[in-house]
Design a protein around this ligand. Structure first.
Ligand SMILES: Nc1ncnc2c1ncn2[C@@H]1O[C@H](COP(=O)(O)OP(=O)(O)O)[C@@H](O)[C@H]1O
Ligand SMILES: [Mg+2]
Length: 198
């Protein structure tokens, strides 16, 4: 493959708290970009990259010593556009990333979605707290160039509209919009912060 073609191939990361819409959005983008989708959690289970299972937090801890070498060899050898989704997509090295989309969801709406997903009450609270604190965005900022990172609010727009927004970001590369979403401030204003940080 020529350098020109290599440059044009997209590696799109999609991160976000569980319930923000990563899997839904990845499936839509897959069609738009004739891309393949890599779900990091499924990959880790299939390839046995799980280090341990944290029973108390109902979380699988991924063995980065196995996952990273796999990504370093798989991504450059993959010829088609690639979408990598998972709430720890920040582990994908920056030099292999074209654009990094972080999905965000307003805490009350996220709570509803996680209840529908039958998450346990403790897991729901843990995830909402992490969403309020913007944990996925912080993680992305620590490892990736700021200019590649965009936050997209999936709270109130239909999936089609979210897809259009994401396509615009990928294709037009406007200046980053990080910092506009602030659930903490919103909850403070409505005196509801204690509901999620009891
Ligand atoms: N704009 C939107 N973008 C993505 N998902 C949305 C949107 N609006 C509502 N949803 C719903 O939110 C849920 C997100 O679930 P899912 O895609 O499994 O999230 P994740 O993979 O991040 O855990 C789905 O039921 C989806 O239909
Ligand atoms: Mg998912």
């Amino acid at each position: 493959m020529s350098n020109e073609l290599k440059k044009k191939r997209l590696v799109i990361l999609i991160s976000g708290t569980p319930g923000t819409g990563k899997t839904t959005i990845a499936q839509y983008l897959k069609k738009k970009y004739s891309a393949n989708v890599l779900n990091l959690t499924e990959l880790a289970i299939q390839k046995d990259f799980i280090l341990e299972i944290d029973e108390e937090r109902q979380t699988k801890i991924v063995d980065l010593k196995k996952l990273l070498p796999f990504l370093e060899s798989f991504i450059p050898s993959h010829q088609d556009n690639l979408i990598i989704e998972g709430h720890y997509a920040d582990v994908v090295p920056d030099h292999l990333t074209s654009v990094f989309i972080i999905l965000r969801t307003e805490p009350h709406i996220l709570e509803k979605r996680l209840k529908e997903k039958k998450f346990s009450p403790s897991k729901i609270l843990e995830n909402i707290q992490s969403e309020i604190l913007g944990a996925c965005t912080s993680a992305a900022l620590e490892t990736h160039e700021r200019e590649k990172i965009y936050e997209v609010d999936t709270s109130n727009s239909p999936v089609d509209e979210t897809i259009k927004t994401i396509q615009f970001l990928i294709e037009r590369k406007p200046p980053t919009n990080i910092g506009k979403i602030n659930w903490m401030r919103k909850l403070e204003e409505s005196n509801e912060l204690l509901r999620y940080f009891p």
